[in-house]
Write a protein of this length. Structure first.
Length: 573
């Protein structure tokens, strides 16, 4: 259907809400806006769907949410009465329309005879993951767009194991969604007895579960009450659980009060992403006032943790997700070893774009390291596999995008437990007379300096995803032996699950789930990886560069990125 015709169809439909009609009338003369809204449909993938809030099939609105939920409800009904009786638990964060979308999803489920547990207030991703297993539901729904700008919202579906729904089940849900051509035909039942509140006891049991994961009670007892830390929830859902667990452990923390409000406009920050230093500007100002050395913060759905620390010159540095991951990995393994609590079959999991330094640390502690594709659901699958066969004990999982998990209470990134570990880690190093920055420097001195950086190239328009994938597909067909003066030793094509050695042309299989990604192994242990984002129109380039020190790493990165940019230009043409 032509986008103009689709636009008119929605606009003239009496079932369209007054809000929707007014919004569509406001873009009547904007052909570009109409084409974006009605020239395509929002894709539902293994990470759910995410997009700009607005009316039209290519936007996040109550109709796209209800259509997606109808697809999920049909899939659950197909599984039988037991699945429907187990139901779905629904959570949401502080974003625009999040509560409205969550209630609409619950209504659709109820109308289809599927029980829906609905949180009565905002709760983070890890608590939704925990709730799925706690309540033994068949699935979970999280309404969030994570760390995206305020204009976005999203919809994520979780399986019965608490991890994001498997690709196989997601495809079945998508089949049902695609059968619904009339978006406005889906309706819900708001006051159904099948819609039930999540038991209040769940919150307490989640906090109790996290408290069992503490590693340094003695250090916390000695230093926790007098610790100078700053925390910001950046207007998100992390405020209550993070402050609750820190108080439970006896760790003093100063919170950025202006950023505790559930503000869907995120009015005190440019973007609610704790990966960026400017997101911490108010926290750093407070830290300077109270003479704190560490500022940490969580994103709106509290699955990502960002950290800023004072360096030896007294200046705050925003640590990358890789650096925080290195610190947490080193801390966890150190404390387990010191307490003689390291499992004999201990294992760590990371995505393959996450820092290469993880292997050096794990090797040093005699802990096995596993790699997965990008997406925490793959780490969740490893946990499930090991619980089933007993071959390994999960001790830590992390991704470079500020996602961390210790414990098996959740099967997704958990910034609440990561916040607890971060605060406890500061206690521990304070106890032994070190700063967090000094410990990071010691890690580099011991294992060698590694510069980890990722760059995103923004795409736009209806064909954004198609264009990004075309670039990656072109890279797979290109012979590459050198990038900016760095020799390429092997190329991994994750879409084919193969690794090709450049010198000989030999190809060997990779034992890893397939995904659209090209990974260049460089001489000396560095790497470059190129992949399209699965949730937003960005082509992502990951660099992990080994060097003698920070200065030489930055110089090397300039040359390497120049070579990569030239390669991408060739791929576009």
């Amino acid at each position: 259907m032509d986008y103009r015709e689709n636009y008119r169809k929605w606009l003239n439909d009496p079932r369209l809400s007054a809000e929707g009609r007014a919004e569509l009338e406001s873009v009547a003369s904007d052909e570009k806006a109409k084409e974006y809204r009605f020239g395509g449909e929002m894709e539902f993938g293994t990470a759910g769907m995410r997009g700009i809030i607005g009316f039209g099939p290519n936007m996040m609105n109550v109709y796209t949410v209800m259509r997606a939920t109808q697809g999920l409800a049909s899939f659950i009904s197909e599984q039988g009465k037991e699945a429907a009786a187990r139901g779905v638990v629904i959570s949401y964060d502080t974003r625009r329309k999040s509560a409205e979308f969550a209630k609409a999803a619950a209504g659709v489920l109820a109308k289809n005879g599927v029980k829906a547990y609905l949180f009565d207030d905002v709760h983070p991703v890890p608590m939704l993951s925990f709730a799925v297993r706690y309540l033994h539901t068949f699935a979970g729904i999280m309404i969030t767009a994570s760390h995206n700008p305020k204009e976005y919202n999203g919809y994520k579906v979780y399986g019965a194991d608490g991890a994001q729904m498997s690709p196989e089940d997601t495809e079945k849900v998508v089949e049902y969604i695609r059968r619904i051509d009339d978006y406005l035909s889906v309706s819900g039942e708001e006051n159904s007895p099948l819609i039930q509140p999540v038991p209040a006891k769940l919150d307490e049991d989640y906090i109790e579960e996290l408290s069992r994961l503490r590693l340094s009670p003695e250090a916390v007892k000695k230093c926790g009450a007098n610790l100078k830390l700053v925390y910001t929830p950046v207007h998100g859902s992390g405020y209550v659980p993070v402050m609750t667990i820190l108080k439970r452990l006896g760790i003093n923390v100063s919170v950025v009060e202006e950023q505790t409000t559930k503000d869907p406009e995120f009015s005190t920050v440019r973007v609610p992403n704790p990966e960026f230093k400017d997101t911490f500007s108010m926290g750093i100002a407070l830290a300077d006032t109270i003479h704190a050395d560490v500022v940490f913060g969580t994103d709106p759905d509290s699955d990502r943790l960002g950290v800023a620390v004072k360096d030896d010159k007294g200046e705050f540095r925003a640590l990358s997700g890789n650096q925080v991951g290195i610190l947490l990995l080193d801390y966890i393994l150190t404390r387990l070893e010191e307490e003689n609590a390291m499992p004999s079959n201990a294992a760590v999991v990371k995505s393959f774009v996450t820092t290469g330094m993880a292997k050096a640390i794990c090797d040093d502690f005699g802990v096995e390291l596993f790699e997965t594709p990008v997406g925490f659901k793959f780490i969740g699958e490893k946990i499930k596999e090991w619980e089933r066969d007993g071959s390994h004990t999960f001790v830590f999982g992390f991704e470079e995008s500020c996602g961390y998990l210790r414990g098996t209470h959740a099967r997704d990134k958990d910034a609440v437990v990561a916040s607890m570990l971060c605060a406890e880690m500061v206690c521990y190093y304070t106890y032994v007379g070190k700063t967090l920055w000094r410990r990071l420097c010691e890690i580099y001195e011991k294992y060698g300096y590694v510069l980890d950086k990722n760059v995103s190239i923004q795409y736009s328009g209806l064909n954004a995803m198609k264009e990004m994938n075309a670039v990656v597909d072109a890279l797979k067909r290109m012979a590459v032996h050198d990038l900016g003066g760095y020799a390429v030793e092997a190329v991994r094509d994750y879409s084919a699950a193969t690794r090709t050695i450049c010198e000989t042309g030999e190809t060997e299989p990779l034992d890893i789930p397939k995904c659209n990604c090209v990974y260049y192994e460089l001489k000396g242990g560095s790497f470059v990886c190129v992949r399209p984002s699965g949730t937003e129109p960005k082509l992502k380039i990951y660099y992990s560069l080994r060097a003698a020190d920070e200065a030489s790493a930055n110089a090397g990165l300039a040359a390497l990125s120049g070579g990569v940019n030239a390669l991408l230009e060739r791929a576009k043409n």
